[in-house]
Every structure is written in C-alpha cells, then in structure tokens.
Ligand binder design. Structure first.
Ligand code: ASP
Length: 301
C-alpha cells in the first residue's frame, strides 16, 4: 500500500492580514474533507474533487460562489481534474450556471470522450449527467459587485489583469492515494473584469494542472497568461522526471516563470514517491498539506 498525500491551495496573491484566518480555515476544511475521503480508500481523483468542492463553496476564494465578475458583470468559471493513472483529463471553461464546476470536470473526465468542454456545451453535458444548473446570480456576492464597480472605470489595459494585491484565490489540490495513483485539480473564477470568454491557465492541461503517475501531480495558480507561456504545471513535472525533488522542482518552475515572463505564481506538487513541494513568487500562497506520516495537517500562510 502506498502512503496517501494531499495538498490543497487557495491561490497565490497578496493576502491581506484580515483575510488570512479565513483562507487558512478554508484550506484546513478542504484538506480535512479530502483526507477523510482518502482515509476511507477514495481515489486520488475523488480526494481532489471533494477538497475542491469545499474550496469552491467557500466565498473567500475565487472559485465557485464568490468568484470575480467579468467585464459584463458575470461570473465565468473554469475547472480541471486530471487522473495521473490514465492521463485522462476533464475540464470545463467559461461556464456560468454550474455551482461546482469541478463536479462537471470529474464527469467529463469519467464519462466523456473529450478532455474539455466550454460554455453552454459544458452545461448541457452536466445536465445530461444529472447536475442541476444554478441561476448565475447565485454565484455573485456583494464584495465582488463592489470590486466590479471599482475596476469598471479603469482603463482597458488595467482591467482583467492579474493583480496580486487584489483578492484572487484560485483553488487547487494534488493527491496520491493508497494505490499510489496521483491526481490534480484546479478551479477558478479567473481575473477580475476579464474579457468575456477569457480563459486562463487554470483549466488547461499542463498549464494550471498536470498529473502523471510516472512523475508527479501539480496544481498551479498565478498570472494565467504568463503561466500558459511556460506550460507551468507540466514544466514542473518535467523537472521531477529530470531528477529534481518536488520542492526543488516547484522552486525552479516558479523561478523560471519569473525569469522568462516576469509572471508571478505558485505551485503545489506531489511526486510519484509521495514527496511534497510548494513554492510561490507572490507575497503569499494559502495551502495546507497532510501526509500519512504527519498526525496533523500543516497549514501554511
Ligand atoms: N491563474 C488564474 C487565472 O489566470 C488566476 C489565479 O491563479 O489566481 O485565471
């Protein structure tokens, strides 16, 4: 039996002091939920899904309810889940009526011949698989409406940009289960005031997420347009394949992101042996981890 591992993150950004506790508590709850599943024998895919469901339901994070609004004042969500055993992936992007996009990502992973569905097609697929659509307004909270009014008057160049000082909080999870299988998942509302239809790195295979039983599982967060240039999650896995330990691979990937693109971001990593790593170039990243060797969860922020 392999030793299970779970790491969750709540985004890399400049987390203000008054939100630190809420981010910590949210990560801890997600970790506990995912760990309870792993302890009962759930797969790594299942553990990542349930941890991310918890994070999506927490309005402190930029995923599910409480996500940023786009220029049109609408929430558009992206999510991905990848199975390291088969390399099969399920992703959804620019969905507006799914309360928990990670749930539909799992359905795409397990029941679709495709890897990614977007917009109304993704919602149609969810309905066919028994998911109820929500009213888009259920995902909108007052704090985000206020931010939208503030940002709406900024220049075109400023809007929709990743601004580490602004509330971000993309969420993600990586896991290794008792069978030694790896999985990774990421879910986000994207950047504030993004152009309608904009999709960042988060739901793209290899960019915001990657999992391969032969190397490792990675969830990334940060400046989406820059992360895409580096195919960051896969780049970190390639460093594991090249012999780096997860901590060194995470640090190197984030450093190269900065050198090549000036982008900021963060990563959580578990490798095929169950070793862990986490690194970020933003002022903070909220994350929590648990391994079979640790009696208590470790929450970092
Ligand atoms: N990477 C996300 C995006 O660009 C944002 C984040 O990670 O906070 O949509």
């Amino acid at each position: 039996m392999a030793k299970p591992v779970l790491i969750v993150h709540g985004g890399a950004w400049e987390i203000p002091a008054e939100q630190v506790e809420a981010c910590r508590a949210g990560c801890r709850r997600a970790l506990e939920r995912g760990w309870a599943a792993l302890a009962k024998g759930a797969s790594a895919v299942e553990a990542c899904e349930v941890a991310i469901l918890e994070l999506e339901d927490d309005p402190v994070f930029d995923a599910g309810i409480g996500s940023h609004l786009n220029r049109d004042g609408r929430v558009q969500l992206d999510a991905i889940l990848m199975d390291g055993r088969t390399l099969k992936t399920g992703a959804v992007a620019a969905v507006e009526r799914l309360r928990n996009p990670i749930q539909t990502a799992r359905l795409v992973l397990e029941h679709s011949e495709h890897m990614m569905l977007v917009g109304p097609g993704a919602e149609q697929f969810a309905v066919e698989r028994g998911v109820s659509l929500c009213n888009p307004s259920e995902l909108v909270i007052a704090r985000e409406v206020e931010l939208w009014y503030k940002r709406k008057h900024e220049s075109d160049a400023g809007r929709g940009r990743f601004q580490p000082k602004e509330r971000l909080g993309t969420v993600g999870a990586v896991a290794r289960d008792a069978q030694g299988n790896l999985a990774a998942g990421t879910s986000t509302g994207g950047t504030a005031c993004k152009y309608p239809g904009r999709v960042g790195d988060s739901p793209l295979i290899g960019c915001g997420c990657y999992a391969d039983n032969q190397t490792g599982a990675v969830s990334a967060t940060g400046q989406g347009e820059e992360i895409m240039k580096m195919v960051l999650a896969k780049a970190a896995c390639d460093r594991l394949a090249g012999g780096l330990e997860p901590q060194a691979a995470a640090e190197k990937a984030v450093a190269v992101l900065g050198e090549r693109t000036e982008g900021l971001g963060g990563l959580i990593v578990v490798d095929a042996q169950g070793r862990v790593g986490a690194a970020f170039s933003t002022p903070n990243m909220a994350y929590a981890l648990r391994t079979a060797d640790s009696a208590d969860p470790v929450v970092r922020l």
